[in-house]
Design a protein around this ligand. Sequence first.
Ligand SMILES: [Mg+2]
Length: 210
Amino acid sequence: METLLQTLNPERPILLLDADEVLLKFVETLEGHMLNHGFELRLTSFQISGNVYHKATNELADPLQVKKLIGSFFDECVDHVPVVDGAVDALAELSEHFQVAVLTNVPSHCRERRENSLREQGIHCPVISNKGDKGAAVKRFTDFTSGHTVFVDDLPPQHASVAELSPETHRVHFVADKRLRAMIPQTEYSHARIDTWPELTHYLKDLLKA
Ligand SMILES: [Mg+2]
């Protein structure tokens, strides 16, 4: 992250984007991965653990098995997660107004593969691999720039973390998958809830004018 900060302009706004379920179709790809391994993800609530079943026996998978499936997902699929509709055009436009970086909890050994995969799909942004809560990482950017910082993520606990450690950061709750969207209300720790890239682009350009 320090190397990245050295390349940024301390006076321009910074947009920090989550990858899975913001830029990338995570859940859809995870479903395919699970099926390939004999498991089925049944999305009945906004979580993965507790919604995974053995295909053959119909039994609930245990949490350790789910953890393993998510681990192998990154190793096997990180190069092949498709970009969310509209994200490429949106980032081309938003890059004129913001310095953009991807702040993702991808395992650190997959960071470069994720950056390459995004680039191959038309998104040319540095990727930071974070572990756990994102608030401390976001605060580094907020302390660095005199411009706005904006944070976009699908997970409410990440908004809570950023709200606590970097309260001046503008926070947008974004859930790309249409089924998941319906299962989760806007988190109270965000300033706005937006689920599509054209709307987010419009919103963020207005935010800079305000
Ligand atoms: Mg995510």
